[in-house]
Design a protein around this ligand. Structure first.
Ligand code: BGC
Length: 518
């Protein structure tokens, strides 16, 4: 069959440039922007299961939790108020990522990161000192605004800064920070929940100020990307910056291509409306489908509700929290694997392998839970080996996500958009991601209650579809300079229909000869 993977690595051009200490440190600092997102994902689930927190703000939920003596394990946590509190943040993030598009484009990636850090900082402060429910909600909205700004700008910053051969690894620093944030938050929740006097939740929520300060200070000291300087007309500074970032004198070819990309981008007056043009159909499709599918892997069922889920399948309080920590460790470790492999094995290989791994685990977990809990959700006594098998397969599933859809869900969109639509398309990516994170968070407990173990089959079905989608529609992007990416669409058997040969005029001739079978 014709190649669906696209053109070969290198794609024709080889800009000189090294993995200099300067670019490495810069990218590590910027990647820490993922900490705020991760910390929040990890902290909210734990806090909403702390009794003193529930008693203070959600009395009815507290009463239900303690008076409900139902044996149906599938339904005991179903509470709309509480999920609304958790997931309201994602709606705020959705809105702010749209605003961030203009700021990132007109004023640079750094300013959006700064806004992200500051908004998150104020949100964390209000939450840590919250006395009334309105303070919690205002705080959460500010946290959401912060995340929208950070997730919109950090992945773009990383992909522009990195030398193209190491772009995957450096960009995945963002996802690594997300996973570290989740893990740290889970561990902190575990200890803070034990504080006598019941104010541990204040530390959990207020602790978000630490990652917020890291990104705020980081954004002040970081240099701007050459791409963004050129986009804002500062050519000379951009040339010097590119030299410094790449660690070589001879940057002319890359510099000229960046200028050409920027000229192209200046012709575009309405980046949003532009996204609808025929030639951007592949980009728009990916900006929508990748985040949608990322959330429909069902990963956040585990990230938000691991203690609840493990509790439902028979773990006692402490061991349920402990299992959440174990999945957190697996999440971090598997992300490191993808940092190692993404520029060697490519994005497609990781997507396809990770997808297959998740499908198998979802089928096993559905069968295991179905066999014991049946339709009425009443398991009787659960043997220890059973719990171990379920946790093991959940861990293998998390590992599959953590080296595929997790990091690639942020990396691939950040590297495929041409400069003229990059900022707007990235905002679409973030908002779709947030919309479906909201959706999954909001309906999961109800789904668990009604679909029971079928829930795992539901998400498994989506993983099948997305794996097929990647196989046929996503070209390989490893080793292609970011401003050269247009050629992967031109060489793709399906997407080439949408891209004319003179689109992305600044690029070298399409290298059809480089098309290879996968
Ligand atoms: C996703 C989050 C998820 C996290 C888990 C991220 O890439 O966007 O929704 O919670 O990975 O590590």
């Amino acid at each position: 069959m014709p190649a669906v993977g696209g053109i070969g690595p290198g794609g024709g051009k080889e800009y000189p440039g090294n993995l200099t200490p300067f670019v490495t440190v810069t990218c590590i600092v910027a990647a820490m922007g993922g900490l705020i997102f991760g910390y929040d994902i990890g902290i909210s689930g734990g806090v909403t299961s702390m009794d003193p927190f529930l008693k203070k703000f959600f009395m009815s939920v507290y009463r239900k939790k303690h008076n409900d003596k139902t044996t149906n394990q599938y339904c005991q946590y179903d509470s709309q108020t509480l999920t609304m509190f958790t997931s309201s943040l994602y709606l705020a993030a959705l809105l702010s990522s749209l605003v961030a598009s203009t700021i990132t484009r007109k004023f640079g990636r750094k300013l959006s990161m700064l806004f992200g850090g500051l908004l998150f900082l104020i949100g964390a402060l209000i939450n840590g000192f919250a006395q009334a429910i309105w303070m919690l909600i205002v705080g959460r909205i500010l946290l959401g605004f912060g995340i929208g700004f950070a997730n919109q700008s950090v992945p773009l910053y990383l992909s522009e800064m990195a030398p193209y051969k190491y772009r995957g690894a450096l960009n995945i620093g963002f996802q690594l920070s997300i996973t570290v944030g989740i893990l740290v938050a889970n561990v902190l929740n575990y200890f803070f929940a034990k504080i006598k006097g019941g104010w541990g939740w204040r530390l959990s929520l207020g602790g978000a100020m630490v990652p917020a300060l890291i990104i705020t200070i980081g954004s002040l000291v970081l240099p701007d990307t050459p791409n963004s300087m050129i986009e804002r007309g500062d050519h000379e500074k951009a040339r010097q910056q590119l030299r410094k970032v790449r660690g070589v004198e001879d940057i002319d070819e890359e510099f000229n291509d960046l200028i050409a990309a920027s000229e192209e981008s200046k012709k575009v007056e309405h980046p949003w409306r532009n996204l609808l043009q025929h030639k951007y159909r592949p980009h728009l499709t990916m900006a929508i489908m990748i985040p949608f599918f990322q959330q429909f892997t069902g990963i956040n069922v585990i990230m938000f509700y691991a203690p609840v889920l493990f509790g439902s399948i028979g773990f006692k309080d402490d061991s349920a929290l402990m299992s959440a920590v174990i999945t957190g460790v697996v999440n971090v470790a598997a992300t490191v694997v993808s940092i190692y492999g993404v520029d060697k094995w490519g994005r497609r290989a990781l997507f396809l392998e990770g997808g297959a791994q998740m499908i198998i685990c979802q089928a096993v977990v559905a069968a295991a839970i179905g066999a014991k809990f049946g339709i009425d959700g009443n398991p009787g006594d659960l043997p220890k080996w059973y719990a171990i098998v379920v946790v093991m397969f959940i861990c293998i599933y998390v590992a599959g996500f953590a080296w595929s859809w997790g990091p690639l869900g942020w990396l691939v969109p950040s590297e495929i958009f041409p400069l003229e639509i990059r900022s707007a398309a990235q905002s679409i990516n973030v908002s779709v991601n947030m919309l479906f994170t909201f959706f999954v968070a909001q309906i999961f407990l109800t789904m668990l209650c009604h679909m029971k173990f079928g829930l795992f089959i539901f998400f498994g079905f989506f993983v099948v579809i997305m794996t097929i989608f990647i196989y046929f529609f996503l070209p390989e992007t490893k080793g292609i300079p970011i401003e050269e990416m247009g050629k992967v669409w031109k060489a793709h058997p399906y997407w080439s229909k949408f891209v004319e040969n003179d689109d992305y005029g600044h690029e070298v001739e399409l290298n059809k000869g480089a098309v290879k079978n996968v």
